[in-house]
Design a protein around this ligand. Structure first.
Ligand code: ASP
Length: 343
C-alpha cells in the first residue's frame, strides 16, 4: 500500500511499554515489539508508521543530555523523510525532554509530539492506547495550506496537547498528569480534535538546525525560611558551576541575608549565570517589584520570567555552550526563543 503521509514513532521507554517483574512486582521497561503488538489499531491508520527505539528502553528517571542528543540526532537524520515524529517517553521527565528538544531544534517546522501513559499498555484501563493514537493523529494533522498543523515540540496526554516547554508534571495518580499554567493548551481532543490555532506556533521558514550540546554544569538552589550558609554556600561557590537556577519566593523575592547576597554577587562576578526562577507555578518573576528582589536585579541576576523549572534549566543548559558574552547571554535568556516565556 502506498501512503501519502508518514510518521516516525520513536520509543525511549516509560510506563507505556512496561511490564511487571514477576519476582518483585515492580514495573520495568520492556521491548518495543511487545508494545506494538498490543496496538493493532496502528495498522488501520491511513499513513505509513516506521518505528525505532533508542538502545534499551529506560525508565525516564534515567534520561540524560546524552539521550536528548541521540533523540535529536535521530529526528534530524530523517527530518525531511517524515511528516511528523511521535516520541514515546516516561512521564516523570517528559517535561524536561520536551523542553530540551524545543531548544535543541532551531527553526523546527514539523510536529514532534511526546506522549506516554500513567498505566502500561497491557493493563485493561490503560490510558496508553488513546494517548498514542491521538498523538499520531495530531502529528499527521494539516493546516489549510496543507502544512503541518502543529509545527512544534508538544506533549499530548489525557486529551490535552500542551506546548513542550510550558508544562509540568503535577500528578502521579491522575490520568491528567500535566499542567501548563502560563500558556493555554494547543488542542483538546474530544469527539474531534479542537486545535487552538492562535496559540500554535506558525512554523519557521529559516533552515532547520539541531544544537546537540547541552551543558550539565548547572546547579539549583531553593530558597526556604531557614536557608543557612553552611548548606547554601557550597552550592553557590561550587567551582564547577557555570549556571545556577535560584528558586525564589513569589515574584522573585529572596531572603536578604548579607552572606547570601554577597555570595550570589561574587558568583555573578565569576561569570556564573544566576537565574531567578519563582517557586510559584503560575505567573513569574518581576525583579524590582519588592525590595527583596531588587537586590538580585542590582547584582546582575537574570530573570526566568514565567518559565517552568524544566524550561528554565534546559534553556540554561542550551545557552551555556554557545559562548555568549554576559550581556548576550542575559539578552537571549530573557527573550522568547521557542515560545517558552510570555514577553
Ligand atoms: N517512571 C515512569 C517513567 O517516567 C513513569 C511514567 O512513565 O509514567 O519512565
Amino acid at each position: 500500500m502506498t501512503y501519502t503521509s508518514s510518521i516516525l514513532l520513536l520509543y525511549t521507554g516509560g510506563t507505556i511499554g512496561m511490564v511487571a517483574d514477576p519476582k518483585t512486582g515492580s514495573l520495568k521497561p520492556f521491548e518495543f515489539s511487545n508494545l506494538l503488538k498490543q496496538i493493532p489499531e496502528l495498522n488501520q491508520m491511513n499513513c505509513r508508521i516506521d518505528t525505532d527505539s533508542l538502545d534499551a528502553p529506560i525508565d525516564s528517571s534515567n534520561m540524560s543530555p546524552d539521550h536528548w542528543h541521540r533523540l535529536a540526532k535521530r529526528i534530524e537524520k530523517d527530518y525531511y523523510h517524515y511528516d511528523g515524529f511521535v516520541v514515546l517517553h516516561g512521564s516523570d521527565t517528559m517535561a524536561y525532554t520536551s523542553s530540551a528538544l524545543s531548544f535543541m531544534f532551531e527553526n523546527l517546522s514539523k510536529p514532534v509530539i511526546l506522549t506516554g501513559s500513567q498505566l502500561p499498555i497491557g493493563i485493561p484501563r490503560s490510558d496508553a492506547r488513546e494517548n498514542l493514537l491521538t498523538s499520531l493523529e495530531i502529528a499527521l494533522a494539516k493546516n489549510e495550506e496543507g502544512g503541518p498543523r502543529v509545527p512544534e515540540v508538544a506533549v499530548y496526554f489525557e486529551y490535552d496537547l500542551l506546548r513542550g516547554n510550558r508544562l509540568h508534571k503535577i500528578s502521579t495518580q491522575d490520568f491528567e498528569a500535566f499542567q501548563s499554567m502560563n500558556y493555554p493548551r494547543l488542542a483538546e481532543a474530544g469527539v474531534r480534535i479542537q486545535f487552538s490555532d492562535n496559540y500554535i506556533f506558525k512554523g519557521s521558514s529559516g533552515s532547520f538546525r539541531t544544537h546537540t550540546q547541552m551543558s550539565a554544569k548547572v546547579g539549583v538552589l531553593t530558597a526556604f525560611p531557614g536557608l543557612a550558609p553552611e548548606f547554601a554556600l557550597p552550592v553557590i561557590n561550587n567551582p564547577h558551576t557555570e549556571g545556577l537556577v535560584y528558586r525564589t519566593f513569589g515574584s522573585g523575592n529572596t531572603p536578604t541575608h548579607p552572606w547570601l547576597l554577597k555570595a550570589l554577587e561574587e558568583a555573578v562576578k565569576r561569570g556564573v549565570k544566576v537565574i531567578n526562577l519563582s517557586q510559584c507555578d503560575g505567573g513569574g518573576v518581576f525583579m524590582g517589584q519588592y525590595e527583596s528582589s531588587r537586590a538580585l536585579l542590582d547584582i546582575g541576576v537574570i530573570s526566568a520570567q514565567d518559565m517552568t523549572f524544566e524550561s528554565a534549566i534546559t534553556k540554561l543548559m542550551y545557552l551555556l555552550p554557545l559562548g555568549l558574552s554576559a550581556d548576550e547571554f542575559k539578552q537571549q535568556y530573557e527573550s522568547n526563543l521557542r515560545g517558552e516565556l510570555t514577553e
